[in-house]
Design a protein around this ligand. Sequence first.
Ligand code: AMP
Ligand code: ZN
Ligand code: FE
Ligand code: FE
Length: 286
Amino acid sequence: MKEVDLHMHSTHSDGTMSPRELVAYAEKKKLRAIAVSDHDTLSHIRGTLCAGEASSVEVIAAIEVSADFSPGTMHILGYFVDAENEELFEMLERFREGRAIRNPQIIEKLNNAGMAITYDEVLREAGGQSVGRPHIATVMVKKGFVRTTQDAFEQYLKKGALAYVDRLRFNSEEIIRVIHNAGGLAFLAHPKQLLIASVAELEALVEKLIAQGLDGIEVYSSSHNKRERKIYANIAEKYSLLVSGGSDFHGTHKNGIDMGFLGTGVKLSYDVVEKMKAALAKRSNS
Ligand code: AMP
Ligand code: ZN
Ligand code: FE
Ligand code: FE
């Protein structure tokens, strides 16, 4: 079977491999298609598509953006977006401005907690356009304040922790609309991270998102267990949503998760990509 991995990050946001390195790694892993879904930027798209053309791997232009939500986090994936779309570019630019305000505030809190870290060190660690908490976590590890990036999140950076600061987010309706206007499909990423307690509540949210135009749901993710996969697959079926899946590979910024790993024993076939393309073709005909 030809497998796919439709969620990962490059050096343009908080992954540690460049677009070229991701494509070469996917080729080595014999993946048929990958979607590189950097946070809040379009700067990775041209390079990943180019690298894909010169390889055996099909590359899908994608992004991942954070919507306003609690108790957990809501991430929306946009697949097949137009990298030249102005409205999308402007929305993502505002997200990046929000990061530029939030990141120094996190660093100040860490400084107050006795950790000598500078914004410059974090920017150097990031290198790309979209700077975030995984870069801060990596600097914390390199300077010996925590053992792993996971520890940095658990002790300091996760929602509600000592050095957590929220950043500008838009509502899901606006994000879905902009993704659609840029020619893309909007998917709810890793629903587990919403931290919704019951299936009924999750279904109510999915119904609301469908009314806003949601196209699909990331049923398979390295963060989902078997029971969760079953719940999300049932929801996809019940509401006729498209299905996707991905590793959320970040290189060494997220330890222990390799490209192509979508959960133990899970393999996702290229069929899901064909269904996405069929949905897009249907939309452009109607
Ligand atoms: P930011 O975009 O700067 O708010 O950082 C969000 C990113 O941090 C996510 O995309 C994840 O890659 C990572 N992240 C968020 N929460 C955790 C966590 N509890 N443990 C490890 N990584 C996390
Ligand atoms: Zn990330
Ligand atoms: Fe995410
Ligand atoms: Fe991600």
